[in-house]
Design a protein around this ligand. Sequence first.
Ligand code: ATP
Ligand code: MG
Length: 101
Amino acid sequence: MNKIVIDSITKIYTTSEGNKTALNNVSFQIDEGSVTVIGGENGSGKSVLMNIIAGLEKPTSGKIYSFAEAGLVFQEADTQILGETPREDISFGPKNQKKSK
Ligand SMILES: Nc1ncnc2c1ncn2[C@@H]1O[C@H](COP(=O)(O)OP(=O)(O)OP(=O)(O)O)[C@@H](O)[C@H]1O
Ligand SMILES: [Mg+2]
């Protein structure tokens, strides 16, 4: 079953240097229980897309259909809380509750 449907998402930023297209008509679906990797070179729009899926930014056009709540873990050294990776941050609580791996 599709949990998240990304339907024709376009994101255009208006900057002092003119319009900048960050995402151009992106469509795909993420199935329940699947692991999806979004790859691409620097500046190709991965973070913008994640922000839109999580509802932190609005697309210029297109729609997100989400049948589950989308959370976002930022992987930026400056915004990590406890560890050096989101995995370390996330595992901190369960580890301290002595949960098994
Ligand atoms: N608020 C903004 N205003 C103008 N342009 C923006 C804004 N946010 C992102 N962009 C532009 O949109 C494009 C996509 O940026 P994004 O940060 O999504 O790339 P990325 O694939 O996550 O790159 P990286 O691999 O470096 O994390 C870039 O050209 C970026 O400069
Ligand atoms: Mg990014």
